[in-house]
Write a protein that binds this ligand. Structure first.
Ligand code: ADP
Ligand code: MG
Length: 237
């Protein structure tokens, strides 16, 4: 515990919540502490990622210990990997029983970028990773499609849900990325419908953003219960 707080201090990590697990000292701990498959570690080192960034050090163990989380860290600090690695470690690839993880991004560009990053990290494993395109949201039949991880903007996902060709009741991880932007852009209604559609009682929800205004924190708290808060740097920088 002493070690954990020294590590947090060293990396400017601030937490609140109960039973927050110790931050990672290195990526290798993903396998020694959490039984991570070597492929992910290989892919990390293949991408040139030697050490976890501060937000990755803390948010990854929180999500791996099945706690909901809202995480705030500056732009460019590696938030994408912070939510992708637990998903790639915890969900089973290639099953036919529906979407296991949903990542909501505020713009199409960010959704496309997140999909690419996810595919890089999943290289060599049999994950079906899908970007919600306009066509998919209009005419995709997800019941007949392989999809483990789905990345989308709120409007497209909401549209697909209304078509009733998409079932999110088996989703284990729901991520709201750049949640400050999501709320700023007025997607509250769509987010609400996605949160409702993700009806699995053991779902792990998380929010990631660069700033954490009170309004976002309030919404976050209305969506999640007993979430751990992780802040790197300042809350509204
Ligand atoms: P954010 O979402 O916080 O703005 P990103 O997830 O887009 O940041 O990451 C910013 C850049 O940092 C990306 O190019 C990403 O590949 C890189 N990156 C992520 N994690 C690490 C790491 N542990 N070591 C080195 N580079 C990293
Ligand atoms: Mg980001």
């Amino acid at each position: 515990i002493e070690r954990a707080s020294i590590l947090r201090k060293k990396h400017g990590i601030h937490i609140s919540g109960y039973n927050v697990p110790a931050p990672l000292e290195s990526f290798e701990e993903l396998s020694s502490r959490y039984g991570c498959k070597s492929k992910l570690l290989q892919n990390l080192s293949g991408l040139g990622f030697k050490e976890p960034t501060p937000i990755q050090r803390q948010a990854i163990p929180v999500l791996l210990s099945r706690q909901e989380c809202f995480a705030c860290a500056p732009t460019g600090s590696g938030k994408t990997l912070a939510f992708l690695s637990p998903i790639l470690m915890k969900i089973k690839p290639g099953t036919k029983d529906g979407v296991k993880a949903v990542i909501l991004c505020p713009t199409r560009e960010l959704a496309a970028q997140t999909t690419r990053e996810c595919k890089k990290l999943a290289k060599g494993r049999k994950f079906y990773i899908k970007l919600m395109t306009k066509d998919l949201s209009r005419s995709g039949d997800f019941e007949k499609m392989h999809c483990d991880i789905l990345v989308s903007t709120p409007l497209r996902l909401d549209f697909a849900l209304r078509k009733r060709k998409l079932n999110l009741s088996r989703v284990e991880y729901l991520v709201l990325d750049e949640s400050d932007k999501l709320f700023e852009l007025g997607f509250v209604e769509q987010i609400d419908s996605v949160v409702k559609a993700c009806s699995n009682p053991s779902i792990i929800r998380s929010l990631f953003s660069a700033t954490l205004p009170d309004s976002v924190e309030e919404l976050a708290r209305s969506i999640m219960h007993d979430a751990v808060r992780v802040i790197v740097g300042r809350k509204n920088s």
